[in-house]
Write a protein of this length. Structure first.
Lengths: 297, 1122
C-alpha cells in the first residue's frame, strides 16, 4: 500500500499558503511528519482524511484518487485529530460503538466484541461506562486512538497524538502505535515532537512553512547532520556569544562554566569537539539550514 | 446507494445525545405534566371535563397533539439548530465526518434522531391521553385516531420546523440569529397570521379544522392531506438543501447535486400543494360569485309553486341516484313560459320530462332553465320529472353567507371542526334543503332581488333505497317496505324535507299526542341511563315544557312528532338574513351534531355533578329524581331559548368583545316558519316581520347582562343603523347581514305595536292566531292579511308599508325619573308607577312598557336557561306622537319588581331603560291615578343655569393609545369590524378609551361613557367647557355607580373587592389649574360636586387614567352657574 502525493497545494482565504508543491510518497509502516507549529502538517492530515479539499494537486491511495474515491478511501481510514477533547453526551463505549457502526461494523455482537477488545487494548475497559467528556486527557487520547483503530483501518492518521501527555502516557502511546505498525498498514504520525518520530518511524518527512524540506528515513536525516553537531566547553562570556551565533540544543552547567551542544558547520575560536548527531540535532540543523536558504531566497 | 445502517447509526446516537440533554428532559417533563393536568381538567370527569372530549373521543388525541405541537415546534427549533452548532463546537465531530457515509445519510440520520426523540414524547403524551380516554365514561376509544393525528399534526410540523431550522442554520451560521428569526416567524404565524390566507401559514395545524367525526371521519380529508403535505414536502426539501449546504466534503460530488435536485423537487411539490390549497379556496369563491350573478339574472323570472313532489332516491356508495316527479302550479298572476329551477351542480341530470315528454333544458351551474312548449297560465299545473345522480358540491351551499363568516371558527375550545353542509358517503348521508338535493323552483339566492325567496308548501313523498344495514330518516310517517327500502309520506304539506341515512337507532316517548323521538347513531345512546328515575314522568315533563313554550307564544305545535336527529359533528348551520331558520331545524326535526357536543347540557354526567354541587352550596337536598328533572329541563332549554351562546373574541387593543348569537336549535320555526307563510311579492320581508313579531313576546329584562357584556345589543346596533338608512337600504347591504333579523324584528315591532295600540293587544293577538291556524301549511297572501286588518280594525298596512320600508327617521324619547309608591284609597293599597315621557322627534312613535311582577327571587338563571317559559310580566304600550309629552301613571294590586321601557327602533341607546324598584315606600299624599295625561312641559334634563358636556358631545376629546403593532397592521390588512360601542368588562379592560353604553350613564338619547384600563396617567379624557359667560360655577362629574359596580362587568374594584380608588381630575380654570380627586366608591350615583371654580372661555377638565381602580370611566361634566 502506498500513498502518493503530487504537487499538492492548499491556499486559505487571503492567499495564505498552507501547503506548497508537496510531493511525497508514503509507504507501508510508520511514517512521521515532522515540522514546527504552522508548518502545514494539520492541513496535510485533513486533506488526507478527506476533511478538506486541496487547492490543487493530487493524492492517490494505491492508485485511487482521493478526490474521486472518497467512499472507498474513507473506508480505509482511521483518524485521530489534533484536538480530541469535546464529545457529545456519550459514554466511552457508546462513542466507540458509534464510530464502529459508522466504520461499517453492522453485526451487533461483532461490534461489541471489537469495542471491548479495543477498550482493553487502550486500557479503558474499566472506564467503559464513564461519560467520555469526563475522561482525563490521556484517556481521551487513548479513546481517540481506539476509535481510529476500531475498524482495522489500512491507513491510520494521527495528528499530534502525544501533545499534553505525561511521559508515561506518551511512551505507552508510542508503543501502541509501534505494535500496530507491524500490521500491513500505513500510520502517519504528525508531530512537532522529534522524540515521537525517532522512536517509532521508519520513514519521515519534514515540513516547514508548507514546503517539504526532507523526505527519507530518520537515519538519513541524522546523516545530513553528521559532523555538524558540537560539544563546546564555554565560559560565561563565551556562552553568551555562542548563543547569539549558533542554535544551542542543550546547555549543561559545569564547574568551569558551561557544556553546550550546538549545531554548526564549524566552531572557529571555541574549544569543542564533534559528537554523534541524534534526530533532534538533525531536525534543528535541517530547519536552521532551510531557514537560512529560504530567507536568502 | 443509501446506507440505512449509517442513517440508523447516526439517528441512534443523535437520539441518545438529545435524550441526555437537560433542555429536552425539562421540556419533556413539563409537557407531560402540563398535558396530564389539562387532560385531568378537560377529559376526566373528576376535573370537570369538556363534553366535546367525551362526545367525540378523537378530540382527545387531537387536543393533546395540538397543544404539544405548539410547544414541540418551538423546542424543535432549539434542538435542530443545535446539531450544526454542536458539530462546529465538538472537535470529535471530525472523526465522524471522515467516516464513509454520504452527507445525505448524515443529515437524514440527524433529522431522524431528532424526530425519534419527539416521537417518544408524542407517544408518551398520547399514552397519557389514552389512559384518560380509557377512564372517561360515555365515550369510545378511537385507537386509529391516535395514529392518524400523529401523522397529520406532529410529523409534518416537526419535519418542516426542523428542515427550516437546519436550512437557516446552514445559511445564517449563527444559532442565536437563527433562533430569533424562527421564533419570530413562529410568533407571527401563531398570533398574527393565525387562520388568515386560507390556513396557508398554519404549519402547526393549530387552526386548520381536523376533528374526526365518529360518524363520517374527517370531513375535509383532501384539504388536510394537501395542507399537511405542503409542510411535509417543504420540510423535506429544506432537509435536502441542508445536505447540499453541509460543510463536509461529500462522498461524491454528483450526490451533492442530487441533494439540490431533491431539495428543489420537494420544495416545488410543497409549493404546488400550497398553490392547489389556495386555488381551491379562491376558485370556490369565484364559483360562488358566478353562481350568485347567475341567480341574479334569473331572480325576477316568475316562479311556480311545487304542489306535490315524489322523490325516489337510491343511495349508492358515495352517490345518490334520484328520480324526482313534481306537480307544479302557477300561483302567480302572470303566465310562465320559462321554468327556472335550481339543483346542486354536483348532481348531473340524465333526463327531464315535462308533462311526460322529453324536454329541452339548459343547465348552468345550479340553475336549470326549462323553456316550456306551452305557457303555464295562472292556476294551471305542469308535471316535471327529472332524473339525476351524483354527489353534493358544497361550494354552492350558503351562497348568501360571505367569506368572512364562512371563515369563522367552528368547534369548541381549541378543537377546530370543519364546516360541512351535506354528506354522501358509503355509510352515511345527510341532505338538507341547503344541499339542494332535490329540484326547487326559482333561484337558490339573489343578492339583488328580495323576491327570490319563494316559499310554498309541498306534499312530499320519499322513497329511499340504501344498504340494508342503514336506516333512512326523513319527515312524516315511514314504512320499511323491504330491507334497506323506506317510504316516507308527509302528514301535511311542508316547505322542505331532509334526509339522513346512517346506522340509526330510534327511541321515542309519546306526550300529549306527540311522539318525541331520538334518532341516534348506534352506540351513541349515552343518555339512556341518565333519566332512570323519570321513566314514568318524562312524558308529562316534556308536555309541561311544551305547554310553557306554547303559552308564551300563544301558538300550538303543528306536527305529530318531534325528532332529534343526530348528525355528524361537522354539520354547520348559518344564521340567514332572509330566514329565521337555520339548517339544524327541519320540519318536525332538530338536527343535533354528534352527541350534542356543542351543547353542555348534553353532558349528563357532569351536569348531574354540577347541579348536585350547586344545590349543596345552596343547602338544598335533591333527590335523584329532582336532579334528573332539572337536567331534562336544562336540555329542553336548549330548544326553547332564542339566544345562543355568546361569542367571545379579542379585539386589537386587548379588549374582549362579546357578540350575540342565535340559537340554531330554537324550535320556534316549527310553530311558524314550517307552518305558515305570509307571501308578499312587493315586501317579501313581511313574512319575517310577522315571524319576528310572534317571536318577540317576552320582556327583555333577562337579556340585560348580555348587552352589558357586548356594550350594545344587536337591536341597538340595528337602531343606530336605522338612524341613517332605511330598512330597504340596510337589508340590501350585505355588510349589515348580521343585523338583518334585528332590523326586521325592530321595524316589525314598531309596525305591529302600532297596530296593537289601535286594535287592542289581546284582540289583535286572538285574531292573528286564528288566522294562522286557519291557514296552517298554506300561504297567506299579504293583501288578504291587509284586508282582514282593515275589516276588523280599520287599519290598512299597505299605505304604511312604503314609509315603513323606505323611511329614514327615528323617534327619540326623553323620560323623567320613574317613581313607584304605594298609595291608599280607602282600605285598598295599590302601587302607583309614574313618569313623564316626551317624543322629541318629528315622527310618531310608540314604546313598550314591561312591568316585571312577582316577589323577589325567581327568574335568574332558570328563566334564562329555560327560555321564555312562565313569564310573569305585564305589558303596556305607550304611543307618543311627534313632539308629544305625556305624564303616565299605572296602578298595580301587587308591587312590581321593575319596569323596562323598550323604545323599539329609536334614537335611544340603550334601547331599553330598566328600573328596579327595590323596597317601595308608602306615600300618604299620593293620589292613586291611572292613565296617560298629555302635558305641555317637555321632559328636560337641564335647568337654565346649567351646562352639560357629555362624552358624546363635540367638546369631549380623549387621547389615543397606539395599541396595534405595525406588524399586525402589515400582516392583517383587513380592518377589524365591530360595534362603535363595546362591552364593559373588568377582567380585561381596553388600553384605549372605549365607548360603552348603559342606561345608568348620563346621556340625552345615547347613554354612554368612555372607559379605559387604569394606568400611569398617560391617557386622558378632556371636557372642553363651552363657557360663554365667565364666572363662578359649581363643577359636577357624573358617576353611574351601578354601571361602575356592575355585576362583575363594570370597571369595579380589582377582583371585585371594595378597594378604594380615586379618579383624578384637573380643572383648568381662569385662576390656573386645580387637581381634584374623587373617591369613586363613596361617590353619589349621579352628579358629584368637584368644587366651585371661576371659569371662562377655554376652561376645561381633564381626567387621567391614573387610578387604583381597574378602570376609569369618563361620562359627563355639569356646570351650574352660581
Amino acid at each position: 500500500m502506498e500513498i502518493k502525493i503530487e504537487n499538492l497545494n492548499k491556499i486559505y482565504g487571503g492567499g495564505n499558503w498552507a501547503l506548497k508543491d508537496v510531493n511525497l510518497t508514503i509507504p507501508n509502516g510508520m511514517f512521521g511528519l515532522l515540522g514546527p507549529n504552522g508548518a502545514g502538517k494539520s492541513s496535510l492530515m485533513r486533506i488526507l482524511v478527506t476533511l478538506m479539499k486541496p487547492s490543487s494537486g493530487k493524492v492517490t491511495v494505491d492508485g485511487l484518487d482521493l478526490m474521486k474515491n472518497r467512499k472507498e478511501i474513507r473506508a480505509m481510514l482511521g483518524y485521530l485529530p489534533q484536538d480530541f477533547r469535546f464529545f457529545a453526551k456519550l459514554k466511552t463505549w457508546e462513542f466507540l460503538d458509534y464510530t464502529a457502526r459508522l466504520a461499517g461494523m453492522k453485526s451487533r455482537s461483532v461490534r461489541h466484541d471489537a469495542v471491548d477488545r479495543m477498550l482493553e487494548e487502550v486500557g479503558l475497559f474499566e472506564a467503559r461506562d464513564r461519560n467520555a467528556n469526563r475522561l482525563s486527557g490521556g484517556m481521551k487520547r487513548r479513546l481517540g486512538i481506539a476509535q481510529a483503530l476500531i475498524n482495522d483501518p489500512k491507513i491510520i492518521i494521527v495528528d499530534e497524538p502525544t501533545t499534553g501527555l505525561d511521559p508515561e502516557e506518551r511512551i505507552r502511546f508510542r508503543n501502541l502505535l509501534s505494535r500496530i505498525s507491524s500490521r500491513d498498514v500505513i500510520i502517519i504520525l504528525s508531530t512537532h515532537i522529534v522524540g515521537d518520530i525517532s522512536s517509532t518511524c521508519e520513514n519521515m518527512a519534514l515540513l516547514n512553512k508548507g514546503k517539504l524540506a526532507f523526505t527519507g528515513s530518520p537515519e538519513q536525516l541524522m546523516m545530513e547532520a553528521e559532523g555538524k553537531v558540537w560539544l563546546i566547553q564555554a565560559t560565561e562570556k563565551e556562552y553568551l556569544e555562542i548563543n547569539d551565533k549558533y542554535p544551542v540544543i542543550a546547555t549543561i552547567p559545569t564547574e568551569k562554566g558551561w557544556e553546550l551542544q550546538v549545531v554548526a558547520d564549524n566552531i572557529n575560536g571555541y574549544y569543542g569537539h564533534q559528537i554523534e548527531p541524534n534526530l533532534e540535532h538533525a531536525y534543528v540543523y535541517f530547519m536552521e539550514k532551510n531557514l537560512n536558504q529560504w530567507s536568502m531566497a | 446507494m443509501i446506507s440505512f445502517h449509517n442513517i440508523q447509526s447516526i439517528a441512534k446516537y443523535e437520539r441518545k445525545t438529545l435524550f441526555r440533554s437537560w433542555f429536552f428532559r425539562i421540556f419533556g417533563v413539563l409537557s407531560i405534566l402540563v398535558l396530564f393536568g389539562m387532560n385531568f381538567g378537560m377529559v376526566s370527569e373528576g376535573g370537570g371535563s369538556q363534553w366535546i372530549f367525551r362526545a367525540i373521543p378523537s378530540a382527545i388525541p387531537y387536543f393533546n397533539l395540538l397543544i404539544l405541537n405548539v410547544a414541540q415546534a418551538i423546542i424543535a427549533v432549539f434542538l435542530a439548530s443545535d446539531f450544526l452548532k454542536r458539530d462546529k463546537k465538538l472537535d470529535t465531530t471530525e472523526v465522524i465526518y471522515m467516516r464513509s457515509m454520504t452527507n445525505g445519510e448524515y443529515v437524514i440520520g440527524k433529522t431522524l434522531g431528532n424526530m425519534q426523540v419527539f416521537m417518544v414524547l408524542n407517544f408518551a403524551i398520547l399514552g397519557i391521553a389514552l389512559i384518560f380516554n380509557l377512564i372517561a365514561e360515555n365515550t369510545g376509544v378511537p385507537l386509529l385516531s391516535y395514529l392518524t393525528y400523529l401523522l397529520l399534526i406532529s410529523i409534518p410540523t416537526l419535519v418542516y420546523i426542523m428542515g427550516l431550522s437546519f436550512l437557516l442554520m446552514s445559511l445564517i451560521r449563527n444559532q442565536a440569529v437563527t433562533f430569533v428569526v424562527i421564533l419570530g416567524y413562529i410568533g407571527i404565524t401563531l398570533f398574527l397570521v393565525k387562520d388568515n390566507y386560507y390556513y396557508l401559514f398554519d404549519y402547526m395545524s393549530f387552526n386548520i379544522p381536523m376533528l374526526k367525526s365518529e360518524i363520517v371521519g374527517f370531513g375535509n380529508i383532501d384539504t388536510i392531506i394537501a395542507h399537511r403535505g405542503i409542510y411535509f414536502f417543504l420540510g423535506s426539501g429544506f432537509v435536502f438543501l441542508t445536505i447540499f449546504l453541509l460543510k463536509r466534503l461529500p462522498q461524491s460530488e454528483s450526490l451533492t447535486w442530487f441533494s439540490l435536485l431533491f431539495g428543489v423537487i420537494f420544495i416545488s411539490a410543497g409549493g404546488y400543494l400550497a398553490y392547489r390549497h389556495v386555488d381551491r379556496f379562491v376558485s370556490q369563491e369565484h364559483q360562488r360569485t358566478e353562481a350568485i350573478e347567475l341567480n341574479n339574472r334569473y331572480a325576477a323570472f316568475p316562479i311556480a309553486d311545487v304542489k306535490s313532489h315524489h322523490i325516489q332516491l337510491i343511495h349508492n356508495k358515495t352517490q345518490i341516484e334520484v328520480v324526482s316527479k313534481m306537480e307544479l302550479v302557477n300561483n302567480g298572476r302572470s303566465a310562465i313560459d320559462t321554468l327556472v329551477m335550481h339543483l346542486n351542480p354536483g348532481l348531473v341530470l340524465s333526463g327531464l320530462k315535462v308533462n311526460n315528454q322529453e324536454s329541452s333544458y339548459t343547465r348552468n351551474k345550479q340553475l336549470l332553465v326549462i323553456p316550456l312548449k306551452s305557457k303555464m297560465e295562472p292556476a294551471s299545473t305542469n308535471n316535471v320529472e327529472i332524473t339525476y345522480s351524483g354527489n353534493i358540491d358544497e361550494t354552492f351551499c350558503y351562497l348568501d353567507i360571505d367569506n368572512e363568516m364562512r371563515k369563522e371558527k367552528f368547534g369548541e375550545f381549541v378543537i377546530n371542526v370543519d364546516k360541512r353542509h351535506a354528506f354522501i358517503t358509503q355509510e352515511y348521508a345527510l341532505l338538507t334543503p341547503e344541499a339542494n338535493w332535490y329540484p326547487e323552483t326559482g333561484v337558490s339566492y339573489s343578492s339583488t332581488n328580495f323576491g327570490w325567496s319563494h316559499t310554498y308548501f309541498t306534499e312530499f313523498t320519499l322513497e329511499v333505497a340504501t344498504d340494508t344495514a342503514l336506516q333512512a330518516v326523513s319527515q312524516g310517517t315511514f314504512e320499511k317496505t323491504a330491507p334497506g327500502k323506506y317510504a316516507y309520506k308527509n302528514d301535511q304539506p311542508l316547505t322542505q324535507i331532509s334526509l339522513a341515512i346512517g346506522h340509526y337507532d330510534y327511541k321515542k316517548i309519546t306526550a300529549g299526542n306527540i311522539d318525541f323521538g331520538v334518532w341516534h347513531i348506534k352506540g351513541h345512546d349515552f343518555f339512556k341511563d341518565s333519566f332512570s328515575e323519570l321513566k314514568d314522568t318524562i312524558p308529562s315533563l316534556i308536555e309541561e315544557r311544551l305547554r310553557d313554550f306554547q303559552r308564551t307564544y300563544s301558538l300550538s305545535y303543528p306536527f305529530k312528532r318531534f325528532n332529534i336527529v343526530e348528525v355528524p359533528a361537522q354539520f354547520k348551520p348559518y344564521q340567514r338574513t332572509w330566514s329565521s331558520v337555520q339548517e339544524t331545524m327541519q320540519p318536525e326535526q332538530v338536527l343535533i351534531q354528534e352527541k350534542g357536543y356543542l351543547l353542555r347540557d348534553f353532558d349528563f354526567k357532569n351536569q348531574a355533578k354540577n347541579i348536585k354541587r350547586w344545590s349543596e352550596r345552596n343547602g338544598e337536598s335533591l333527590t335523584d329524581k329532582d336532579l334528573q328533572i332539572r337536567m331534562i329541563n336544562n336540555v329542553a332549554g336548549n330548544f326553547t331559548r332564542e339566544g345562543g351562546r355568546p361569542n367571545f373574541s379579542m379585539q386589537a387593543g386587548g379588549a374582549m368583545q362579546v357578540t350575540e348569537t342565535s340559537n340554531p336549535h330554537f324550535i320556534f320555526p316549527q310553530y311558524y316558519y314550517f307552518r305558515n307563510h305570509l307571501r308578499s311579492d312587493r315586501w317579501p320581508v313581511a313574512n319575517q316581520v310577522l315571524e319576528a313579531y310572534l317571536k318577540n313576546q317576552s320582556s327583555d329584562m333577562g337579556n340585560n347582562w348580555m348587552r352589558n357584556m357586548t356594550g350594545m345589543s344587536e337591536d341597538e346596533m340595528a337602531s343606530l343603523a336605522l338612524q341613517d338608512r332605511s330598512l330597504e337600504q340596510l337589508l340590501n347591504d350585505r355588510e349589515q347581514r348580521k343585523l338583518a333579523d334585528n332590523l326586521i324584528k325592530l321595524k316589525g315591532d314598531v309596525l305591529f305595536t302600532a297596530i296593537q295600540a289601535n286594535a287592542g293587544e289581546s284582540e289583535f293577538a286572538a285574531m292573528l292566531r286564528n288566522l294562522l291556524r286557519e291557514n296552517q301549511f298554506g300561504i297567506i297572501r299579504f293583501t288578504e292579511f291587509d284586508s282582514i286588518l282593515y275589516n276588523n280594525y280599520n287599519i290598512s298596512l299597505t299605505p304604511m308599508m312604503n314609509d315603513w320600508f323606505k323611511e329614514v327617521n327615528l323617534p327619540g324619547y326623553l323620560f323623567s325619573s320613574i317613581t313607584a309608591v304605594n298609595t291608599k284609597a280607602g282600605d285598598q293599597i295599590s302601587t302607583m308607577v309614574s313618569f313623564s315621557a316626551s317624543n322629541t322627534s318629528n315622527i310618531d312613535g310608540v314604546v313598550k312598557l314591561s312591568f316585571r311582577m312577582g316577589g323577589p327571587g325567581g327568574g335568574g338563571r332558570g328563566r334564562m336557561m329555560m327560555g321564555p317559559g312562565a313569564d310573569n310580566s305585564m305589558n303596556k304600550i305607550l304611543s307618543l306622537k311627534a313632539g308629544e309629552t305625556k305624564r303616565v301613571s299605572y296602578l298595580f294590586d301587587s308591587e312590581p319588581r321593575g319596569l323596562t321601557i323598550n323604545t323599539l327602533a329609536s334614537k335611544n341607546i340603550p334601547q331599553s331603560i330598566m328600573q328596579f324598584f327595590g323596597r317601595i315606600e308608602e306615600d300618604q299624599k299620593a293620589v292613586p291615578v291611572e292613565g296617560e295625561f298629555p302635558s305641555d312641559v317637555p321632559v328636560s334634563t337641564l335647568q337654565p343655569n346649567e351646562i352639560v358636556v357629555d362624552n358624546e358631545d363635540p367638546g369631549f376629546e380623549h387621547s389615543v393609545a397606539n395599541t396595534t403593532s405595525l406588524l399586525h397592521k402589515w400582516i392583517i390588512t383587513e380592518e377589524e369590524t365591530g360595534s362603535k360601542y363595546k362591552g364593559m368588562n373588568s377582567w380585561r379592560p381596553p388600553l384605549d378609551w372605549t365607548l360603552t353604553t348603559n342606561s345608568d350613564f348620563y346621556g340625552l338619547y345615547i347613554r354612554s361613557a368612555h372607559f379605559i384600563k387604569s394606568g400611569t396617567g398617560d391617557q386622558t379624557a378632556t371636557w372642553n367647557l363651552p363657557v360663554e359667560e365667565a364666572g363662578y360655577y359649581d363643577v359636577y362629574t357624573y358617576v353611574a355607580q351601578s354601571a361602575t359596580r356592575g355585576g362583575g362587568f363594570g370597571p369595579g374594584r380589582r377582583g371585585g373587592d371594595n378597594q378604594k380608588g380615586e379618579y383624578l381630575y384637573v380643572i383648568h380654570h381662569d385662576d390656573g389649574e386645580t387637581e381634584q380627586s374623587l373617591q369613586v366608591n363613596n361617590a353619589e350615583n349621579g352628579w358629584n360636586l368637584l368644587g366651585s371654580f371661576y371659569l371662562g372661555p377655554g376652561s376645561k377638565i381633564v381626567l387621567s387614567n391614573k387610578s387604583e381602580l381597574r378602570t376609569v370611566v369618563a361620562d359627563a361634566i355639569k356646570l351650574v352657574k352660581l
